[in-house]
Design a protein around this ligand. Structure first.
Ligand SMILES: [Zn+2]
Length: 355
């Protein structure tokens, strides 16, 4: 199953909005086939694993990270193929909780006489598909806050200098995150000040969809974020005029209009719309106002924070304005993991808001 997990990761960035899935086929103690779900709409991992087999899979064992499908979607049911090929045993990482699945695949296989064992490396098999499981549970994309700050939480100096706070290794890791998640999100000021590309450059992969919030549609359409292949979406206010949209629409840039609450764009509304477009995960990359908005409105689900061994002491903190009075009411990071990233400390975890 460990190998099946590694296989699944080959579909990261391209299988969404489908989950990533990997499958390994073993016969007489030897791996005879493997495959993953490489692309949305393409063949499933089980199908690719079976067609890669170097010998007849009859009587073999299959290890698959997610319960095989038993319904006609974009492709025929995988359970039919497993039964037809006379695979003897199927080890499943975790059940697929989708409404059309949810134990049905397991049931179909068992009824056909296939031995099934569910829950093998279950935690890991759920872990590789966080956006998929989160989306089924909430109808929202998974929002991951990614920041690089000094040890005192500064994102930049008071006059806006931020290059570079984190180590080169940490900055390279960000490109891998961009390849893994569907979209990246930044606020207007970050684009105005840094003019970032927000593409994947220091590793292999595809570019994420770029999203920028711009309340008055005041950004120049010549900014780098609006260039190249992967599409850019602007989140703006319902009050903007159609004339101000023309300069973007001519460049193929999409616009989502949302309400404003107390002068701030309602990003929850925007996230629901983005979810309906098939976006299952969004990496929020800045700046300070965006991070604080996402935490203060309880929209951020996860945090990936690179803490650099520096002290800046500026007022540009990655989180402020919560008005929390008691430490017992603070936002806590659960399932927290600490890793070294060059000289930086990488802190990752799930945000839990107090009741
Ligand atoms: Zn399938």
């Amino acid at each position: 199953m460990g190998l099946a997990l590694r296989e699944a990761l080959k579909g990261a960035g391209t299988a969404s909005p489908n989950p990533i899935v990997g499958a390994i086929i073993v016969k007489n103690g030897k791996i005879i086939g493997k495959g993953c779900h490489k692309k949305f709409g393409g063949p499933h991992a089980e199908v690719n694993a079976i067609s890669s087999c170097v010998e007849d899979p009859c009587g073999s064992d299959m290890y698959v990270t997610l319960e095989p499908c038993s319904h006609f979607g974009k492709t025929p049911p995988c359970t039919d193929l497993i039964i037809k090929e006379k695979i003897r045993r199927v080890y499943i990482g975790t059940t697929d909780p989708s409404p059309h699945s949810n134990g049905r695949g397991t049931e179909v296989l068992r009824r056909a006489g296939v031995e099934v064992e569910c829950g093998v490396l279950e935690k890991e098999c759920i872990g590789i598909n966080e956006p998929f499981f989160h989306s089924l549970r909430t109808g929202m994309p998974l929002i991951i806050l990614k920041a690089a700050s000094s040890l005192d939480g500064s994102l930049a100096t008071d006059n806006g200098d931020s290059k570079w706070i984190s180590s080169e290794k940490s900055r390279k890791m960000v490109h891998r995150l961009r390849n893994f998640y569907d979209a990246v999100l930044v606020g207007r000021n970050t684009v105005e000040k840094d003019d970032p590309l927000l593409t994947v450059r220091h590793c292999r992969g595809r570019n994420p969809v770029r999203i920028v919030t711009d309340e008055h549609l005041s950004l120049s359409p010549d900014k780098k974020i609006f260039g190249n292949d992967s599409g850019t979406i602007i989140i703006t206010s319902k009050t903007v005029t159609e004339t101000s949209e023309t300069k973007y629409k001519n460049k193929g840039i999409s616009i989502i209009k949302v309400d404003e609450n107390n002068g701030e764009l309602d990003l929850e509304q925007a996230f629901r719309t983005l979810h309906s477009y098939g976006i299952r995960s969004i990496l929020a990359e800045g700046g300070a106002a965006m991070f604080s908005y996402l935490i203060n409105n309880r929209l951020a689900d996860k945090i990936v924070l690179f803490l650099a061994p520096k002290l800046i002491g500026s007022s540009v903190k990655f989180f402020s304005g919560s008005g929390i009075e008691l430490v017992s009411d603070s936002v806590s990071i659960e399932d927290v993991k600490y890793k070294r990233s060059g000289v930086d400390l990488l802190v990752e975890g799930n945000l839990r808001y107090s009741d």
